[in-house]
Design a protein around this ligand. Sequence first.
Ligand SMILES: Nc1ncnc2c1ncn2[C@@H]1O[C@H](COP(=O)(O)OP(=O)(O)OP(=O)(O)O)[C@@H](O)[C@H]1O
Ligand SMILES: [Mg+2]
Length: 330
Amino acid sequence: MKLLNVKNLRISFKTSKSELLAIDGISFEVNKGEILGIVGETGSGKTITSLSIMRLLPGNAKVSGEILFNNKNLLDLSEKEMDEIRGKKISMIFQEPMTAFDPLYTIGAQFSEVLFKHERIRKEEIKRRSVEMLKLVGIPEAEKRFDQYPHEYSGGMIQRAMIALALLTNPELVIADEPTTGLDVTIQMQVLNLMKRIQRTSNLSMIFITHDLGVISKMADRIIVLYLGKILETGNVKDVIFSPFHPYTQGLVSSIPTLSTSRTGKLHSIPGNVPSLSEIKKGCRFYSRCSQRMEICKEKSPTLFEVSSGHYVACWAVEKNRNLVKMDEQ
Ligand SMILES: Nc1ncnc2c1ncn2[C@@H]1O[C@H](COP(=O)(O)OP(=O)(O)OP(=O)(O)O)[C@@H](O)[C@H]1O
Ligand SMILES: [Mg+2]
């Protein structure tokens, strides 16, 4: 069952010179109890997509399309209605944990504020629920930790506290934006395992954002590969990672040593850099870096088509090769 259904989302930013189209008509859904992974290099639009769902984009952003949450378009809600959903039914784990907490207040005070705002429960109950949540995410001496300030927490601990804060109100959807950036590998694995365990036991829906395909292959059920505001490939995580069709996804996959099927031992990387949004013209957004580009790619942006059940790719070269195969078969 669909919990979130995003249709033809477009996000543009007004700058002094022009208007930049940062998300160019993407559609996706998140079902109840599933983890949708969004993977893409820096600047692909992962964070602004999440902020648009939370309705937290800055004033110079223009958003169009539909963001249906439980069949209600979040873009049509009043600020007051949205305020009741944000932090309660949809919560977000931010890329920078330190920005999620105010250094001037204790962790406990900040947990209490969120619980009080959404649930209006008694002080003792607030503390009980908060401490229970801190324990659930593996914070030792949770009672004591409740009264401490953010700077008294280590990096791994503050990340856990942020996860606890996001789960505090029993949300239906959690958006985790690079939740383990900056943590060392062992702690990263612990935090990821913890998130997955909580998600599975409470049948939570989650959007999990990262630039790391290795991480996403462990976390997600389905994934979206985002490049400069366009979905290039999407499907079940196994299909996309073990049988990628798009030249970009193939490049990403072969750059991960543990996932790579090539046994040369060499790390591949995709040549060139992601162009800036202002350099984008018509045609496929991956054109400038693509090893399989054709004339049509410069002129016309490809749309997603289904290559196998639930697995979609937007690429003229893939489409052409498949048509050739079909013609051979005839
Ligand atoms: N307030 C803004 N004004 C103008 N452009 C913006 C604004 N916020 C974001 N952008 C642009 O939108 C694009 C997408 O940014 P976003 O932060 O979503 O990328 P990201 O995929 O989250 O990258 P990263 O992996 O670095 O976190 C970028 O080109 C960025 O410069
Ligand atoms: Mg980001």
